[in-house]
Design a binder for this molecule. Sequence first.
Ligand SMILES: [Cu+2]
Length: 522
Amino acid sequence: MTHDAADTHVPHSDARITPVRSRRRLLGLILAGGAAPAFIGRAVAAQPGSPLPVPPLLDLDASAPQRLEAMAGRREFLAGARADVLGYGQGFLGPALRMTRGRAARIDLVNRLDEPTTVHWHGLHVPGELDGGPQSAIAPGARKSLSLLVDQPAATYWYHAHQHGRTAPQVYAGLAGLLILDDPRAADASLPQRWGVDDLPLVIQDRAFTRGGQLAYSAMGPTMMDGFKGSHILVNGALQPQARVPAAWVRLRLLNGSNARIYQLHFDDGRALQQIASDAGRLPVPVAHTRLLLAPGERAEVLVDFSSGSGARLLSAPDTNGHMADMMGAAASPPAVGEGGVFEVMRFATEPAGTGAARALPARLAGAALAPDWPAAVRRRVFTLDAHGGMRAGRGRGPMGGMAGMGRAGSMGGMMTINGRSFDMGRLDFATRRGEVERWEVRTEGMAHPFHVHGTLFQILSLDGVKQDFARTGWKDTVLVQDRAELLVRFSQRADRATPYMLHCHILEHEDAGMMAQFSVA
Ligand SMILES: [Cu+2]
């Protein structure tokens, strides 16, 4: 299962290797102190261009529970090297779970790991006890049966591990999957909807590998401060794959499932990404982007025109959020294919479009959310996400202060904060009530943070000083805040003190290090 830290190739002689704390710990994830594992073994040939894997669609309903097992497995990411991974019922990631609005969905969760885990339904409006937050840990060998019933807009949601302090490594190792919510009342026959043909789920993640082809991971020093970024891009678990699509309009369900990397997606030939849905519902009309910003946790459904028959490469601009790794020479970037460090995410090749292909971009989208008719906000709350608080607090603590202190596990506690406090599972940060509209102001210090709220959706009033048009942003549950955001939030489900909802930064290293708060909804 685990392998020796000696497998790690570390380029800097001064870099420290911290032994994996327990051999029963998760897989062979490498903990490399100080330097990010940007030292990907060039000895192992990376082979981009393999066919895009499409996760199976698993329909959930009330008739019989579907079993979802968190388990260890193996996956060949790099040619000839099988990596130890985690997944739901498979090696790395899990099936796409499909639910229907207004119909119960039964799931049996089974934990076959050797450590506790939880499964959080990112974006679903379910009561706190079903939300899969840190208080709902499932012990190794244990199981939990759930029945989820939601009444919210059709969209592409997702599920992932949310074990406090272990979310980043568990998701990194593969504990994530898509969750598709359908709404028969919002069915739109004009949209491409043949799963894996012209309706493609794309889970975009960056990873790093050891020379031996194992996943490499570190959450210390610069990789904790910036969030972990890898130098290889995976889509649905495959290295820069190629999708074959009909020469027609194709729907892409994009999820940024990365721990920290922010993408600015665009096509090499400049063709538009016509956004038809946001995190939590459809837009009224398609919104054309030549570049689509997608922060960790965010989703977007887009339509792309392949009707000319020419394929395309999906690219991204590099992520410049956070500068600690750059400063320390430990930044990991995928190989550049264009100016300014632009890198490839995946490729599309076309084949003749048969019957059933979408021939046009719809002018209007069925089931779209209109501007919310919410009553006025009854109170205001301010959340300041700070990635520097701990550095300031660290000064004057003697030899453990400053950068040296950051390299040590256990000294991260006060580093990442919301309103000056690091997450504490024993402390309820505030209490609110169902049905009441609140105005939330999110401020960020140090760098941009993707702000996510459990159990609801929100409207973005303004972002970094710019008023936002609801018709272009749609309903959101995650928003990247560079400076400040003003949101309108309302909850429809209960979350009691024992199983409160979370709000947190979706840079998973920040979340694990305490940039999270919890609240009840009565
Ligand atoms: Cu953050």
